[in-house]
Design a binder for this molecule. Structure first.
Ligand SMILES: NC(=O)c1ccc[n+]([C@@H]2O[C@H](COP(=O)([O-])OP(=O)(O)OC[C@H]3O[C@@H](n4cnc5c(N)ncnc54)[C@H](OP(=O)(O)O)[C@@H]3O)[C@@H](O)[C@H]2O)c1
Length: 311
């Protein structure tokens, strides 16, 4: 698989060594799966571009999504004071991740609330991106991953020449003009695959933060439902598709721990095994929890006795 192309849903893939790292020891496969794209987007934006110092105020728009939930935690761990926007559904989540100011974007405009911030990370684009410059101190930056690429994206990040830089310059002319009007600057980033950054993220996760937030896990057979879910904004944090891994006669599903709820409403993780080409549930209780953030998938990923797919 080409490291510069978008990924695939497959139990096995042949990739170059450079973008690969060991997953965090502390995570299940389904949680670890949510880390690379969102983490490799949030980490360079915060560490390399915004670089907040202790006490700096950073605004992150759309903090309840996959990138936002990691970005909030990374910014807080760098000592920043984070403000973010969220729906009522996402407000508790972003607060629990460390956001100090949560603005309900359906009721309020963040530009009416925030002033003199030290940087902004744009995850929602459109008018939010343009408004972000109005809340910044002069000389500071908004980093966006939504739109639009600018000349530095072409030259420095992609190693391209003046032609693409000029095209990106045209695409971002309105945004850069708005940034200049407020004495701020604008940067656009594409996610860049990096084994070194993934290993760094894994070490941070194993040290305790950030913690990936997985909301929904879809079995491979229902991956189209996963995309519909994303399009409808059904989840907070990550939406993950779980794939099968099969070899010889035995097959098993990654992420064998599954959340279930008992009749009294308590949730637990059960261990599922698939072997000899059929699946069975081993209801070994691994953890009991009354954690309100603990979500149960709508449907079990596989029923007991279900045949495993051919390798
Ligand atoms: N450049 C790159 O390489 C790159 C890489 C990764 C992602 N991205 C882009 O980054 C953006 C965020 O990605 P993601 O994976 O975090 O998306 P996501 O998981 O779908 O999350 C988006 C979040 O934004 C919130 N939201 C929706 N409308 C909003 C609004 N008007 N104001 C504030 N929050 C709003 C929603 O939460 P609520 O429940 O609070 O509404 C949702 O959880 C997407 O546009 C994606 O395409 C770019």
């Amino acid at each position: 698989m080409d490291k510069d192309k978008p990924g695939a849903f497959a139990p096995f893939a042949v990739v170059e060594q450079s973008p690969v790292a060991k997953m965090p020891a502390a995570l299940r496969f389904t949680d670890a799966a949510g880390l690379p794209l969102a983490g490799l987007t949030a980490l360079p934006a915060l560490r390399d571009e915004l670089g907040p110092q202790a006490g700096d105020r950073v605004f992150i728009s759309g903090g309840a999504g996959g990138v936002g939930t990691l970005a909030i935690q990374l910014a807080v761990s760098m000592g920043a004071e984070v403000a973010t926007t969220a729906s009522p559904r996402g407000a508790d989540l972003v607060s629990s991740l460390g956001a100090k100011t949560v603005i309900g974007y359906r009721e309020q405009k963040f530009k009416d609330v925030l002033r003199d911030d030290d940087g902004a990370f744009d995850l929602t684009g459109g008018q939010d991106l343009l408004d972000s410059f109005a809340i910044l101190k002069p000389g500071t930056t908004t980093v966006s991953v939504t739109k639009a690429p600018e000349p530095t994206t072409a030259r420095r990040d992609m190693g391209k020449g003046p032609l693409l830089a000029a095209v990106f310059g045209l695409l971002s002319v309105k945004i850069r003009r708005e940034a200049r009007r407020h004495g701020a600057s604008y940067r656009f980033l594409f996610m860049h695959p990096s084994g070194a950054d993934l290993a760094h993220l894994a070490a941070l996760v194993d040290a305790g933060e950030p913690k990936p937030v997985t909301d929904r896990v879809f079995p491979f057979e229902q991956f189209a439902d996963g995309f519909s879910c994303l399009e409808q904004g059904c989840a907070e944090g990550q939406v993950v598709v779980e794939t099968w891994a099969c070899g010889g006669r035995a097959c098993w599903r990654y992420g064998a721990e599954e959340p279930r709820r008992d009749r009294s409403g308590r949730s637990k993780l059960v261990h599922r095994t698939c072997s000899s080409r059929t699946c069975s549930w081993r209801t070994r209780s691994l953890r009991w929890s009354r954690d309100p953030t603990f979500h149960e998938p709508d449907q079990p990923a596989a029923a007991a006795g279900e045949a495993c797919p051919d390798p």
